[in-house]
Design a protein around this ligand. Structure first.
Ligand code: GMT
Length: 373
């Protein structure tokens, strides 16, 4: 099949999922056109059937904002004219809108473009709260041939919010369980961040306010206050990083927290952790948590969004949002029974193996292609 996949290039779960999906589909013999404004974070140009298209809208003195949506729509039209059979967009704004425009343009040629929109959470839960964007997201969703959501929680929420006739199909995030594996554990790397008698709490995110990383720094203080020798590894970068560094300083935790910044390969750093911690106000799925689990690292996270669907069967523990004591107790509980939690986390992650979830998308593509013919 010839498939076009559209995503954001920056560090963020939706771009990671889209790029990993494109790679997996290309490995399975499909020709995949990956479209973005720049090469996505996890993109590696090594597969002959994976073709990257950088969409660059023209610059012109009258443009205050370059017309990315229109350029993307036009590129999709050209790709469909050259043989692309299905367009799969990740994130409703602006990608689903561009696909809708392409669909309209192609209608004049008598072709109905099958278009799949995958919702990743922030596009519907946060962005759609902007009144000017809501009707446009609604239009694009209502014209998508099929909509998928990464968790049941998000599917239900989106259905209600956008008055969809049927709920989006749930296709969860997935993980390469070879690349993210307990085998990535490196004792020398671990020794660089924690002494043998210390525990290592790990977190990875884009440090946006929704991730509530400062709260995790207070959580580390709570854990240490009850005599647990714990350190914290914070992977990633973003708007709240500087505030986090200041907070660590104020709480006297500079030597207990390592800010490693944005890195290309996170698996070795996840694998050296004892517990992966999240504090998000919302998380539609929690890809970073899944990647940690695949490395055999249990997760402590708030019971929000899709996290309760992921963190089950002793793969970690949930706590009521904002409850510092409950979060600390969840960590202590896990540390007392760490080998069992480690094994359960890995076991749970295997349910989200790439092959299984990618096959789900393949079935969906085959269905929408049939609908168009
Ligand atoms: O979490 C982020 O800030 C990035 C965001 C995105 O839109 O790229 O991630 C979302 O999509 C991921 C992939 O489906 C999910 O695993 C994340 O849970 C979700 N983030 C939020 O819902 C906050």
């Amino acid at each position: 099949m010839q498939i076009a996949i559209v995503c954001y290039p920056t560090v963020g779960g939706s771009g990671v999922v889209a790029t990993e999906l494109a790679k997996a589909l290309a490995c399975r013999g499909h020709t995949v056109h990956l479209l973005s404004s720049e090469p996505p974070v996890r993109y590696t140009p090594c597969l002959p059937k994976l073709l990257f298209h950088q969409v660059e809208p023209p610059d012109y003195p009258v443009f205050r904002y370059r017309p990315y949506e229109s350029a993307l729509a036009g590129r999709l039209v050209r790709l469909v004219e050259d043989g692309v059979e299905v367009v799969h967009v990740h994130y409703a704004i602006p990608h689903a809108v561009s696909a809708y425009l392409a669909q309209k343009a192609l209608e004049r040629q008598g072709f109905h473009l099958p278009m799949i929109t995958t919702l990743h959470g922030t596009d519907t839960v946060l962005v759609s709260q902007t009144p000017d964007l809501y009707p446009i997201i609604e239009l694009a969703l209502q014209n998508s041939t099929r909509i998928t959501a990464v968790s049941h929680a998000l599917a239900e929420e989106s259905c209600e919010r956008f008055h969809l006739p049927t709920p989006p199909e749930v296709i969860p995030n997935f993980v390469d369980t070879k690349a993210f594996s307990p085998k990535r554990y490196d004792a020398a790397l671990r020794a660089a961040y924690a002494a043998p008698d210390e525990y290592l709490l790990v977190h990875a995110s884009n440090f946006r306010p929704i991730k509530r990383v400062p709260w995790l720094i207070h959580l580390l203080a709570e854990v240490r206050a009850v005599g647990i020798p714990a350190k914290m590894l914070l992977i990633g970068d973003g708007p709240e990083r500087m505030h986090c560094e200041q907070l660590a300083h104020q709480l006297g935790l500079n030597n207990a927290i390592h800010f490693v910044g944005s890195i290309q390969e996170v698996a070795p750093l996840l694998a050296i952790g004892d517990v992966f911690v999240l504090a998000s106000a919302y998380e539609s799925f929690g890809l970073a948590a899944l990647e940690a689990m695949a490395c055999g690292v249990p997760v402590v996270a708030p019971a929000v969004g899709g996290l309760p669907e992921l963190i089950r069967d002793k793969a970690g523990r949930l706590f009521p949002p904002d409850d510092l004591t409950a979060a600390r107790n969840a960590i202590l509980h896990i540390l007392q029974d760490l080998p069992a939690y480690r094994a359960a986390a890995r076991q749970r992650a295997l349910h989200y193996h790439t092959d299984k979830i990618v096959a789900h998308y393949e079935r969906l593509y085959a269905q929408v292609r049939l609908m168009a013919s």
